[in-house]
Design a protein around this ligand. Structure first.
Ligand code: SAM
Length: 280
């Protein structure tokens, strides 16, 4: 199933690759770098999360306001979104709502967020360093806003889905739960996500702690020697390479980057690429 909006670093194209690595049985589901929630939505759509509690979170407050508004009254958000003709002027109005009054009405904020995101170049909402305001570029040839996907997603958020805006380490899964970690990749320009620091050093400790607690986890990241070294005790799968949608060099050529998947011991067990378990 498609996400509600395009997202920089979104995992839609990898969902079918990731699904076979998830365990058949588990307790609750966690996605602490939610973004557009590509894996969550696909799993929920396939009925793989029925009867489980889902804990979905992200540091981005506007993003989480949008998820909460869709959960609370997605049809209201859709109605607001459909109200405006989709022009540069209405895009400017939506951007003003996000910059001036994001806390006043969550439904308007959600509609404005989806509108601005959908019509911004590369779906990137960077903030100006000087004013702190969002200052994306208007995309003149974007794909259409995804009304049908939002409509389809509304029921998937109705049962035992808990949404939080917080940093990933504030989420505390328990033994037998599954956690999908999709952090900003090591080496990524953090201004893409409006955060000032790389979360990578904390992630290493977080993953080790999850392992000790008996939590099943899987993490996507960039394929680079540092990650292969830091996670050498875990199973690592190469996910091939992608063309970056968010960067280009002076000649307009988009760089390619490799991606990998790191698996917790139980998820990697029995697979031919299982690294030696050094004892956690
Ligand atoms: C690669 S994107 C996730 C994409 C998502 N899997 C999808 O399919 O759309 C990374 C996300 O991490 C969030 N993020 C960055 N730093 C964070 C932190 N310290 N804690 C939680 N989320 C964070 C960003 O806001 C962004 O939404």
């Amino acid at each position: 199933m498609r996400t509600f909006f395009n997202y920089c670093g979104g995992k839609t194209r990898l969902v079918k690759t990731l699904l076979p690595y998830l365990p058949n049985t588990f307790n609750d589901y966690y996605e602490p770098f939610l973004g557009s929630g590509a894996l969550f939505l696909e799993m929920a759509h396939r009925g793989k999360l029925t009867g489980k509690s889902c804990f979905l979170s992200d540091l981005d407050t506007l993003l989480m306001t949008t998820w909460r508004a869709i959960q609370e009254d997605g049809h209201h958000v859709l109605a607001l979104l459909k109200q405006h003709p989709d022009t540069w002027e209405t895009w400017e109005t939506s951007l003003k709502i996000l910059n001036d009054t994001p806390d006043d009405c969550p439904f308007e904020t959600a509609a404005a967020y989806i509108h601005v995101k959908g019509r911004s170049f590369g779906s990137i909402l960077r903030r100006s360093k000087r004013s702190g305001h969002l200052n994306p570029s208007f995309n003149r040839s974007p794909s259409p806003l995804r009304f049908a996907c939002i409509e389809q997603g509304i029921p998937l958020l109705q049962h035992s889905v808990h949404l939080f805006d917080c940093t990933f380490s504030a989420m505390h899964p328990k033994r037998g739960d599954v956690v999908f970690l999709d952090p900003p990749y090591l080496g990524t320009d953090m201004s893409l996500y409006n955060t000032a620091y790389s979360v990578y050093p904390q992630i290493i400790n977080y993953c080790h702690a999850l392992t000790r607690r008996g939590v099943h986890w899987l993490m996507t990241n960039s394929d680079c020697p540092e990650i292969r070294e830091d996670f050498r005790d875990y199973a690592i799968v190469s996910l091939g390479s992608q063309v970056a949608s968010f960067a280009q060099d002076k000649e307009g050529v988009r760089p390619r980057y490799g991606e990998l998947l790191v698996l917790s011991p139980e998820l990697g067990e029995g697979r031919e690429f299982l690294a030696e378990n050094k004892g956690f």
